[in-house]
Structure formats: C-alpha cells, structure tokens
Design a protein. Structure first.
Ligand code: ATP
Ligand code: MG
Length: 358
C-alpha cells in the first residue's frame, strides 16, 4: 500500500487543538503497525481562510481535497463569521454537499470510566446525509421551506430511492462487520409516502443481506427503546432529521459531547469530524477533550482499511481506539470528563499507549 494522502482542516475554536491531537495519534498508529506514514496536506478553511483567501470555503481547498483519500475536519463556528460569510452554507455543509458524502456514521460506544448513562451501549447510527426533512440544509437554496403568507410556513421532505438505497447498503455492510443487526427507524404510520418509501427501500435492500437480522421501529418509540435498552441495538439507519435526533440521544447515552466521533462518507471519500462544535468558551486554553476528534480519525483509518483491503490501516484504527479507551480507563482525562489532563497531556498518554501496543 503506498502512503495515504489525507487533508487537515483545522477549523475554528478548539479545532486547532484537537485536530493536531488526531494527527499525532494517526502518525503513532501507522508507525506502530509498520505502515507507510500518512502524507498530510493542511488546507485553509473557515475563519482563517476568510482572512487569507476571502472565502470560508476556498475553491483551491475543494480542488486539493478532490485529490486526497480523505481528511480530518475541525469544528467550524460559522455563526461568528462576518457577513456575507455567515449567511452562506457553513464549511462542513459545503464540503459534505460538494463531495456528496451521503452517509453520516455516528458510533455510540460507552467508555469504561466515562460518565455513560447507558454503560452497555455499543451501536452505530447511520444517518442519511443529503435529503429527507433536511433536504434544504445541504443546498441553502431556500426551496425546502417557504412561507406562502407571513403566518403560514411549509417545509418539505425529499426521499429518493437512490439516496435511501445507498445509505441502506452502507448500514447493512457495516452490520456485517459488527453484530449483524439493522434497525430501520421511520414514521411510516403517519407519513406513508415519504417515510414509507424510506422504510420500503431499506427493507428491500435487507433482502440482499439474508445473514443480517433486520427490524424496524417508529421514530417516537425508538427514543423509548433507546432509553430502556440501548444495548439491544447494533446498527440503526434513519433519514437525515431522525438520524440527527437519534445520534444526539445515543451520543449522550454512551458518553459526552467530547467523546462522540463521526465519519461522513461516500463510496470513495471520507471526512472525519467530531460531533461537537468549536467550543469557543474553552478555546485556546488546552482544556479541550480531543477524544471525539481522535476517534473520528480512527474511523477514517478503518474506512481506508476497508476500502483498500488494507489490514494495516484497519489495525492502526483499532490501536488508536484501544489506546484512547485505555487512557480514560487508567484515569487520564480532560476536565469535561472529570480529569485534569490538558489536551496535549491526554494526547501524550494516548500516543504512549499506541506505541506500547496491546
Ligand atoms: P455548534 O453549533 O457548532 O454545534 P454548540 O453551540 O452546539 O456548537 P459546542 O461548541 O459543541 O456547542 O459546545 C457545547 C458545550 O460543550 C460547550 O460548553 C463546550 O465547551 C463543550 N464542549 C464541546 N466540545 C468539547 C470538547 N471537545 N472538550 C470539552 N468540552 C467541549
Ligand atoms: Mg451543536
């Protein structure tokens, strides 16, 4: 396997603290498994790029990303940008749309020694990332919501066979590598056409995976099931808005904002992105928890391993995840988890554990 070329998009707020932590963890893990070192390409995006390139999402950055295998995206605080940049699609949305990253994969796996509400949680929410009831958020075209009069607002959901099929396949492929269970979440009883299409297409795709057990739940009932028995779920697939809501719930059941990773993927590119925001209240003080970003980077390594049949990249992903969990179990953590380690101090502990091996 020749070296992977990965982008680094530092982001705003705590981004420049947590993204370099993820780079260090990936470098240590690739060295530990004897893989070629990653070639990193740091590219301008967000607040910093407004100053240097006159755009929060420079065309040159999009062009450079197109030539890479994947990238790490730091959090962006576009609400703090000056106009007209504030009103435009935020950097994360712009990249997700540009590269059609159709699956948002959000694992929720509780930490030993973490503050999980449901300590047995080990599931993954696979969220459709391009349409559904958030059809508009990816385009900013202003067509998905409108007001025919000042007192009436109408929002539309878009569901297409193509988009549901591809995200369903992503969910079933993932389930095969886990506990072989998929739960389809929908609201077809109330929305028989739109949510009904989502449900029907997912169940059709399920027939191509006879080895995977499939069941279904209504969105409202699913929140109750998760609170009562999150441990029973393996892979959960849902449309955009339901997936957004479910993954916040499962993230909280399994841990905290500082520990929830995610990956945005298409068939040929993937973007690692922590679930949390830019946390301006603690930025620049070494307090940020890098776990979510580091685990997101591990997901990217795992994705590269699967896509390229590269066992070493997959091993490197496991090393990173194990090292993070071991460090937290050993009582090393940042302030948000009740510890006293700095961002860099926690990262040192992770890198040491990666190098020491299992
Ligand atoms: P966004 O709109 O970008 O999602 P947000 O307003 O929802 O942002 P965050 O930036 O995620 O919020 O921060 C919410 C709270 O969680 C803040 O108090 C922040 O300090 C804390 N927080 C978020 N991420 C981390 C982290 N990695 N480490 C420690 N604390 C964090
Ligand atoms: Mg938020």
């Amino acid at each position: 396997m020749s070296a992977y070329r990965l982008g680094v998009l530092l982001g705003d707020g705590i981004g420049p603290e947590v993204v370099p932590a993820a780079v260090r963890a990936v470098d240590a893990a690739m060295a530990a498994v004897g893989a070629e070192p990653v070639e990193w390409d740091e590219l301008p995006l967000g607040a910093a790029a407004i100053g240097t390139h006159g755009s929060a999402v420079p065309d040159s950055t999009l062009e450079a990303l197109a030539g890479l295998d994947g990238w790490l995206l730091g959090p962006h605080d576009s609400a703090a940008y000056p106009e007209p940049f504030r009103s435009r699609l935020n950097p994360s949305g712009a990249i997700r749309t540009h590269f059609d990253l159709y699956a948002n994969i959000r694992p929720a796996r509780a930490f030993a020694g973490g503050a999980a509400l449901a300590p047995d949680t080990d599931l993954v929410v696979v969220r459709e990332n391009t349409e559904g009831f958030y059809a508009d958020r990816n385009t900013h075209a202003g067509t998905g919501e409108y007001m025919p009069t000042p007192d009436v607002a109408i929002a539309m959901g878009v569901f297409t066979r193509r988009a549901v099929e591809r995200v369903a396949h992503a969910a079933f492929r993932l389930a095969r590598r886990r506990r072989s269970r998929v739960t389809v979440v929908h609201k077809a009883n109330v929305l028989p056409l739109s949510s009904g299409l989502f449900r029907r297409v997912c169940l059709e795709v399920a027939q191509q995976y006879p080895d995977v057990t499939v069941d279904e739940a209504h969105m409202d009932a699913m929140t109750v099931h998760l609170l009562r028995r999150a441990a029973d779920f393996d892979v959960v697939v849902a449309e955009n808005m339901f997936g957004d809501i479910l993954s916040d719930l499962t993230g909280e059941l399994a841990g905290s904002l500082g520990t929830a990773p995610s990956l945005n993927a298409s068939d040929d590119r993937a973007m690692a992105q922590a679930a949390h925001g830019s946390a301006p209240d603690i930025a620049g003080r070494g307090l940020a928890n890098p776990v979510a970003m580091v685990l997101s980077a591990a997901m990217l390594l795992d994705w590269l391993g699967t896509r390229h049949g590269d066992a070493r990249a997959a091993d490197a992903a496991v090393r990173v995840e194990d090292a993070v969990r071991d460090a937290v179990r050993d009582g090393i953590s940042t302030r948000d988890l009740g510890g006293s380690a700095s961002t860099a101090g926690f990262t040192d502990a992770v890198v040491e554990r990666i190098a020491a091996g299992p």
